[in-house]
Design a protein around this ligand. Structure first.
Ligand code: AGP
Length: 616
């Protein structure tokens, strides 16, 4: 999704801005632009459709230099991806703005501003902001004062950065619904929508909170709340290793992140397991007291994180005996929900900034416990500084490290580990989980990184299988029980990076309709651990074979499944059935990766998609 970078320094900051944009490329975008205040005191910009490399080429052909500037990668919402719609947007030659989010009352504002004589040169909602600010500056000479007044007229979500040719020593920022972080340097300061963009220049950050307006100068930062009250925001040191932004020996970030899974799962378990039990305090000091009261769980998430939640529902009901509901956040947030007493609201998110999930959490917190509200909120999240973490009562961080590939891989498996820990903790505190089973699962969790390594060792076999998809346009993914969400995740991976249409079904649903699609052009991918549903699954697979469908089966080595005509079986290491969803995810990730490479798609930045979906 859109990315923002800004800088105010004593040196030329063009390279800093462009490098920042490159670091945000993983978020997904369709055009890029930069505006600088030149040595002559004028605003100038370059904008290009396509990759940041196109913008770099434009800057090489026609260089721009300056000590104050803003830059942006745009993911089109209002107006097609085109140079005229790319940010930064100008009002006359005095003001430039970049913006993430959506201004919902842009049409009304556009009419008002046109009436005042402003001429629009783009179809974007963003352009209304820059003209509105220009108009407000006529009554409030100071840029910060004008911005405080102007943002009050904006409805919707924004993270925005502003520079003015008339006040050349400052960079202004405002946050409401779209994250912004200030990077603190020595005699220079920066702004970005994600700290990763600024790791090249600093490791000290200040996170803006909802409603904050900031004035960033070379040697000072001043912040006000939405009500204009001056506030201090804590500055924090960021410790993540620089290796995250580097592909190392791998061809793509996605492959690197797939192979990181044994290590990051290990990290997610560290300090959270006792000898034979889960350490409940891993969820925070008040977790034990709260968990004892939990009678229901409501999970809300989007995309891959939603699939993780679907697996957790099987675990929570089977292991902890807690009724669990799960819903995609974009639906949940607009539904009138009846909250059962003592329900724990659980959100799951890699980024912690997904607009729908965040809105769902905020709705959930609207009512107090005991007055139709939730008992408490808990988030399973990968970014400790994110809005979801800051706004939830409890959190468990997944320790996956930055995930750069748009297709979520290591975030998913670490979320599953976090959700298994939550299940065991709830079962333990409520006394509904058998102690011996908890000890067995804790043991199995310790062995999980090794098992994941064994699954990754099958990479070459999976790569060979991927050739079956080279000419295919459609595919089906089947699973039963907790493997059904794993099949859904496998199908999502394949469609998002290879653009092959993939649908997932619970295997038992096949004959209720989708079987009609099966022929030799429709590969059917199945995950088959050795559990009590195996024989039923085998019958479903027979139904596929009888219709000429080609089967790719990832099966437990003890499941007794053999290769045959039209049946390709890949033997998986044996694992405790309750942890099988984590293990069986690996070959599906590898499969979609290799199919995408064969198809020659942009694996790390698939078309039309964004890493962190910060707008509705
Ligand atoms: C999955 O590969 C996607 N990138 C997407 O579905 C993602 O999981 C979803 O947008 C939710 O993001 P979050 O985990 O950051 O909230």
């Amino acid at each position: 999704m859109c990315g923002i970078v800004g800088a105010v320094a004593e040196r030329n900051i063009t390279a800093v801005l462009v490098e920042g944009l490159k670091r945000l490329e993983y978020r997904g975008y369709d055009s890029a632009g930069v505006a600088l205040l030149t040595e002559q005191g004028a605003l100038d910009r370059r904008r290009r459709v396509g990759k940041v490399s196109e913008l770099q080429a434009a800057l090489q052909a026609e260089p721009l230099a300056g000590r104050l500037g803003i830059a942006h990668t745009r993911w089109a919402t209002h107006g097609a991806p085109s140079e005229r719609n790319a940010h930064p947007h100008f009002s006359g030659q005095e003001l430039a703005v970049v913006h993430n989010g959506i201004i919902e009352n842009h049409e009304e504002l556009r009419e008002q501003l046109k009436g005042l004589g402003y001429v629009f040169t783009s179809d974007t909602d963003t352009e209304t902001i820059v003209h509105l600010l220009e108009h407000t500056l006529k009554s409030y000479a100071d840029l910060a004062d004008a911005l405080k007044v102007a943002v009050k007229q904006l409805h919707g979500a924004y993270g925005l950065a502003v520079i003015s040719a008339r006040q050349p020593d400052r960079l202004l920022a405002a946050r409401s619904g779209s994250p912004l972080v200030i990077g603190l340097g020595l005699g220079e300061n920066f702004l970005a929508s994600d700290q990763l963009a600024l790791r090249q220049v600093t490791d000290r950050f200040m996170y803006l909170e909802e409603g904050d307006i900031a004035e960033i100068k070379r040697d000072s930062v001043q912040i006000w709340t939405v009500d204009g009250e001056a506030v201090e925001r804590e500055s924090v040191q960021y410790h993540e290793g620089a290796e995250a932004a580097d592909k190392g020996e791998y061809r793509h970030f996605m492959l690197k992140e797939i192979f990181e899974q044994p290590r990051v799962v290990q990290r997610t378990l560290e300090g959270r397991l006792g000898s034979d039990h889960v350490l409940v305090q891993a969820f925070g000091p008040q977790a034990a007291e709260l968990f004892a009261k939990v009678k229901n769980v409501q999970i809300v998430a989007c995309g891959t994180s939603y699939h993780a939640g679907m697996v957790a529902r099987y675990w929570l009901e089977e292991l902890a005996g807690i009724p669990c509901q799960i819903e995609v956040a974009s639906e949940f947030r607009y539904r009138k929900v009846v909250v059962q007493p003592d329900t724990l609201f659980v959100s799951i998110s890699q980024s912690g900034e997904t607009a729908d999930t965040l809105a769902a959490l905020r709705n959930a917190k609207d009512k107090a416990p005991g007055q139709g509200g939730y008992l408490a909120s808990l988030v399973i999240c990968n970014v400790g500084t994110s809005s979801l973490v800051r706004e939830s009562d409890l959190c468990l961080l997944t320790q996956a490290g930055p995930e750069i590939g748009v297709a979520s891989t290591k975030a998913f498996t670490t979320q599953l580990v976090g959700l298994m820990l939550l299940t065991l903790a709830l079962g333990q505190v409520r006394g509904t989980l058998d102690k011996a089973l908890e000890a067995e699962l804790v043991d199995e969790l310790r062995r999980l990184p090794t098992r994941l390594g064994e699954a990754l060792a099958m990479d070459k076999t999976v790569e060979k299988i991927s050739e079956l998809f080279a000419e295919k346009h459609h595919s089906l993914f089947l699973g039963r029980g907790a493997q059904y969400p794993v099949a859904m995740e496998g199908a999502l991976k394949l469609k998002e990076i290879s653009y092959i249409h993939a649908e997932a079904y619970p295997a038992g649903e096949l004959k209720h309709g989708p079987l009609a699609l099966v022929d030799s052009d429709m590969p059917v991918v199945t995950v088959a651990p050795n559990n009590e549903l195996l024989e039923k699954l085998k019958s479903n697979l027979q139904e596929v074979r009888a219709r000429g469908g080609e089967l790719i089966v990832f099966a437990d080595q003890q499941a007794g499944m053999r290769n045959g005509e039209g049946t390709h079986v890949v033997n998986m290491p044996h694992i405790h059935d309750l942890l099988a969803p984590i293990l069986y995810t690996i070959p599906l990730q590898l499969l979609s990766y290799h199919v995408a490479v064969l198809k020659g798609t942009d694996v790390d930045q698939p078309r039309n998609l964004a890493k962190s979906v910060t707008v509705e």
